[in-house]
Structure formats: C-alpha cells, structure tokens
Design a protein around this ligand. Structure first.
Ligand SMILES: [Zn+2]
Length: 352
C-alpha cells in the first residue's frame, strides 16, 4: 500500500476552472492530462493537500518561460504587474465555490477541512482532506475588512503573494542565478495582515515572497514559518528558492518547507528541462533535512501548476519519489514525517 501523502501545493482548482469549465464532476472522471484527479490521487495515496485559489488575470499572465528571457548566465523574467483586486475577488469566489462543489459531488470522499480534528479524521479515514489556500492576497482588502469573511468561507492558508507585487508585499520574479533579495519588504498593511492571520489561525505561506518580505514575516509572525513549495538555493540558485539562512529560520520557528517538483527549481542549471531524474527531488530533501532536520521538510508538488520531471508524470508518480527516499537511506519514520506528519504537526500548531 502506498504511503499516505499530505502535499503542500496544487493548482488543481485552476486547472478545473480554466480547462474544464469549472466542472466539479470532472475531478471524479478518469481523464488524461492534468496532474490530479480523484482516482489518480487515490492510487497515489494522496490524503491531504493545500488547494490553491490563484487570482487572475489569466489572459495576460504569461506563465514565465525562461527561454524568452535569457541572459548571459541564465534568465531574468520581468516582474508581472499588480492585478485588479475586484476581478480577483470575483474569481476567488468562483473558485471557492468550485472547491465546495467538488466536496459536494464527492460522496464524502473529499472534505474541505477547517480544523485540525476534521483534518486528522479525514486523513486517517482514507479520504482526501482539502485545505483552502490563496496563492496571493489580492482578494483581501488592504484594510483587512473582508479577511474574516474569507476565514468563515474556509480560508486556512494564505500565500501573501504570487511572483508579483500587491498591497501587502512583493513576490520575486523568476531570475537565475539570483537570491530572492529583489525589491522591498512588507507594507504596513502586509504586517497587519500577518498579525491578523496569526490571530485567526490562518497559516502564512512565504513561497514566492521576496527576501525582505520573508524576514519581515519572520519578525512579525508568532507562528511556524512555512514555505509550501520552495527548494534549496544552495542546490539551485534561483530567486524562488530559500537560502540556508532562510531555512535556518524555518527550523528556529518549528516550521516546514514543502519541496516542489518544478524542474527549474530542482536542477542546478535552473533549466526548464523535463529530463530531470527523481533523485533531484530527493537531493533537495536530503540537503534540507541535513541542514535543519527531517522534521522541517515535506512535499510541495505544485501539481497542475508547473513543469514536472518526465519520470514523475503526475500524482501517480509520488510513490516513486517515496521509493527514492528509501533508496537514499531515509528510515520509515522519516519517510512518514516527510510525506505527511510534518504538515500535520505545523497545522496543529497554527490553526487555533
Ligand atoms: Zn506557486
């Protein structure tokens, strides 16, 4: 039987919304394409995941293709512009509705979880626990007046930014080689948002945040520091990855980093090359575990949102990653921590 998995980041709602007419039923059909549907998730042992709501506009948003922005040493994708918050609110509401329609058409197989008890029960009963996550805080009013409404609708995890600026913070553009030290830190509204999320029990996600913003979160937040889908800068020097100092702050706060399967964030050459062995994923997990402890590293695929290694293909490839973890010497207990227990611990700590 496959090892139960709690995954740190997927864009499956975006895939359903964009490519399948926001059909909740589509999630339960066996289909080709995409990385996650219900039957493949079951096969892979996926028991819980952060389901991202990604705000628009999609038409003008070019998924960064480094090939278009080559430099002498690598690439430098320009920072996308701020987006209209009213449009973001409309799409956010549609995508929240989509997640609840997935739950409603699941015959009890999918549960949107909003407290630790229901998360643990759903996870243990071989169902799929979905955590509602926003990838970018664009839908939240700068005076935070609608944050509690979103909390009531189930929001339990918030990425302050995607790779662009908003009223709260600035994300990093995709640049290789480069640290994430690009642009200013959190705004006053951003710091207030961090405080308010601490108060409500909304997990804060620092993936896509620039370095100054990251250190602002570390100094303002009382909760474990989390990056849902980021890798080790020491192994792949792209702006989206975390330096050793940033990883040390995750350990100090008892937080966690979900290692992503994005090929350009795994490979030391930063290239968008699918011919990337699964050992590259485990190389990042090993590095982070050795640096800050196996309690602080987890999985954060970015399924349905990125370019994966050929060998992985989709969620059904996750058991192969688990096999490589074992081959590389991780014990059974360590494998379970990486595959699910570390995420469970951090949410238990963070959700009030
Ligand atoms: Zn992302």
């Amino acid at each position: 039987m496959s090892v139960p998995v709690f995954d740190g980041h997927n864009d499956t709602l975006l895939n359903l919304y964009m490519n399948h007419e926001a059909s909740a039923e589509h999630f339960f059909q066996e289909v080709k394409g995409g990385h996650i549907d219900y039957s493949r998730a079951q096969k892979a042992g996926l028991r819980a995941g952060f389901f991202a709501v990604f705000p628009p506009p999609y038409a003008s948003l070019s998924v960064p293709n480094p090939e278009d922005y080559l430099t002498k040493e690598g690439y430098d994708v320009p920072l996308p512009e701020k987006v209209d918050s009213e449009a973001c609110k409309r799409v956010t509401d549609h995508m929240i509705d989509l997640l609840y329609r997935v739950e409603a058409s699941s015959k009890q197989k999918v549960q949107v979880v909003t407290n630790f008890k229901s998360l643990r029960e759903t996870f243990e009963h071989n169902q799929l626990a979905a955590v509602l996550h926003f990838e970018g805080a664009e839908a939240i009013d700068p005076d935070l007046s609608n944050l509690e409404d979103y909390y009531q609708k189930g929001l339990r995890s918030l990425g302050l930014v995607w790779s662009r600026p908003n009223a709260f913070a600035q994300g990093v553009p995709y640049r290789y080689p480069s640290t994430g030290d690009i642009g200013p830190g959190l705004t006053k509204a951003g710091k207030a948002l961090v405080k308010k999320c601490n108060e409500l029990g909304i997990m804060l996600d620092t993936s896509h945040l620039n370095e100054k913003g990251y250190w602002d979160v570390v100094s303002v937040s009382d909760d474990p520091i989390v990056a849902t889908h980021s890798n080790a800068y020491a192994l792949c020097p792209i702006s989206r990855n975390l330096t050793d100092e940033q990883l040390n702050a995750i350990r100090a706060s008892k937080g966690v980093v979900g290692v992503t399967y994005s090929v350009n964030m795994l490979r030391s050459d930063g290239k968008m090359n699918r011919d990337t062995p699964l050992q590259e994923i485990v190389r990042h997990i090993r590095y982070i575990a050795d640096l800050i402890g196996v309690e602080h590293v987890a999985l954060g695929s970015d399924f349905d949102g990125t370019t994966l290694p050929n060998e992985l293909k989709d969620v059904t490839g996750v058991p192969k990653v688990v096999d490589v973890l074992r081959e590389e010497g991780f014990t059974d207990e360590e494998v379970h921590k990486i595959a699910s227990q570390n995420w469970l611990r951090v949410l238990k700590e963070t959700w009030k």
